[in-house]
Unconditional design. Sequence first.
Length: 572
Amino acid sequence: MADIALNYAFNSWLSAKYQVTYDTYHETRSRTVDSTFDVGVQVKGFLVKEDLNFREINSNFYLTAKKSFNENWNGSVMVGNSIVDSKKPDSYYTRGERLLGSNPSEIGSYKNTETRFYSPGQYRIVSFFGDAKLNYKDVLYLNVTGRNDIVSTLPVQNNSFFYPSVSLGYVFTESLPKGNILSYGKLRASWAQVGKGADPYITSTYFAPVTNFPYNNNVPGYSRVTTTADPNLRPERTTSIEVGAELRFLKNRLSVDATYFTMDSKDQIVNAPVTNASGYANYYTNIGLIRNQGVELLVSGKPVQTKNFSWDVSVNWSKLSGKVLEMPPALQEIVYFDNTKTFLKVRQGSNLGDLWGFEYVKSPDGQTVIQANGFPLVSTTATKVGNAMPDWQGGLTNTVTYKGLSLSFLLEWRQGGNVVDMAEENSVRNGITKFTERRYEQVVYKGVVAQKNTDGSTSYVPNTKLVYLDDNFYRSANQFYYWSGFTVQDGSWFRLRSVNISYSLPKKLIANSVFKNGVRFSFTGTNLFLNTPFRGYDPEALSFGSGTNRIGFVGRNNPSTRSFQFGVSVNF
């Protein structure tokens, strides 16, 4: 990473800054799977080697004016320009299958090999922005911003969009008589918009290399991609309204920070499946309006404070929910992720994060219907089976200090929210998950059997048929494997996120040494304890990472690691 910055002051109130940053990296990855693993059996083992390159250039210019008008009023105005050019050049992977040689880490040891280049993922954003601040006696604050982005990833007629914001803060305790109970009070409110473009290469027709065309990659071949987009694709816009208060009591020994907010996301860009008769498989389009509402609360306090001892505690709590208020006229629903057994779908009136799947067929009174073979039957009609959004999340931080010794730990909770473990399907097929431990025994499934009456009606009687549980039952899609009671789990958790112990040497001990400004030893442990009903390794390990709408799917990635660090800080 390289960075160059130039600053120039025209006078006491006007200055300019220009900064250019260059960020680049090259990463190589290797993944080897032998033929004894489930995913490597059919191809008799495989090797994947990746070469990943990234390059991004940021250019930023700022012109800032600051002015004090009198003893009561002061303000500032900043205008600027930003250019981002990002690219993933010459990134590719090589895959080899069917191990023949003795070295599984060498691509030459495999019979079938292919090399394919990744999309360069290049995009550019040119922005013009402004920020104006006004302050009255450090009591009343006003901030107004505006930004216009021009992006390369949207159709030309929609690739330029403007979004403003305004916020107001009022320290009301400056207008009140001084007291011993309320030390500080501030009210705040804001309205803001944020715009966002699309991913690269979705708004036009592109061609990609074809694997093994026509004969083992001897002649280059290309095919049209199966993804297209609305020719009038618009930028996403999120409009948020926030109100809050910050209160401090008892000479700042206790503080409360509370926030309520709403976020209306309009024209969100989603990748919707379409019929193959259209010539495509997926279609990027804007969906209507999604409203998120939330509450955040932070309470901090210092219950004990003496000359040598102090105890600080902080509790945070938050709750977020979202609902689809509008859908495009041509679309009744959009499935924006589907792993066959469970999928994410939105429709007008549904909640954000709704999970859909397949339950056992039920009788009119809600009992499980048992087939003639004695096993339950997974329905072919999808229903809502859960929601990926947690009911609430919270955390507790405690810090205890005695003289130079300090102990701090962070506890975190997530209550509710369903998850689907995408890594568990291999464990089920191989019978190594606890869920499949009941095998090679006879059972009678609790439920009812449908029977036809002489008048043509259907009645239900208790099931009494004895059946034999074996491997085939757990691998059967219509009896168990697709059943939402197995695929959808409770994603609640409680964890000890971190513990830190530190000790600072007494100043009188080092007063005459070169370390007289301080010596501190510290020991930190992270991810030390996890309690969860989830069967996998960690319900927090999202399959698609953060910042994506594919929530509720976990596994198939690297788990959080437990780590320990020891450090020494010396000040000369």
